[in-house]
Design a protein around this ligand. Sequence first.
Ligand code: BEZ
Ligand code: FE
Length: 273
Amino acid sequence: MDARLSAIVSKLVYQVQETIDEFNITEEEWMEAIHFMTNVGKNDEYHLLSDVLGFSVKVNEKTHANSKNNVATDHSVEGPLYRDNAPVHHCEASMFEGEEEPGDVLFLSGQVTYSDGTPVPKAIVDVWQSNAEGDYENEDPKQADYNYRRKIETDNNGHYKLKTMVPGPYRISKSGYVGQLLQKMGRHDWRPAHIHFKISDDFQEPLTTMLFIENDPWIDSDAIGAVKDSLILRTKKIDDPNEMNQYEMDKPFYVAEYNFVIEKAEERTNQIN
Ligand code: BEZ
Ligand code: FE
């Protein structure tokens, strides 16, 4: 027998029974709920349902709460849009091919260190994001394969640099049953603009997280509730012609810095035990 499973299911059952009592749920309503769950399964939307109900973020927080010290960068959920095997670059990369993409250019740089401050040379900074219109490459036939997906290997001092475009906010359920539920609940289905990262050295599971572009219109109401203060990327607009020249830019753009702190493998093991 699995005592933990039994306790969890019993608690869930108790809470559903209580809800049925509190709202005097009818057979008709209950059948509608069963029908909804059946369709969510058929349409492969269970993960999305978990996301919009806030369960994915909550479970991610619980998973990392005991195995993370206060210094390390906060984890976040991976989301459904990661693809492995992005092109690898050393120290710096442009997130797109060629010179031009719609939107505002963003130069992002920073350092990867361990919690004791030691730089992590040759850390892999695996980055993925939408374009300025909020479209991910694998959902948008107009974009090249692996557009806005790169792996950047840090230099000997743990530094990385990338040139990208400021991503746009992303709509998570343009169609589908989860989207219908959100509509009925009077909720929107937008995620504030964000950039995803997996940071790893050779020895450990990556730190998976995401950074949110400050001042995004949806930053206080992310459809999956993942925004944290520590993960907000503060950007600075550069529109002074002299400064623009230094970057060889002929129109205004943004710069930002973010340092990632990961834990050494042995540190993680000590905390778990
Ligand atoms: C995203 O990170 O883009 C995402 C996360 C959860 C659901 C859908 C999209
Ligand atoms: Fe995303």
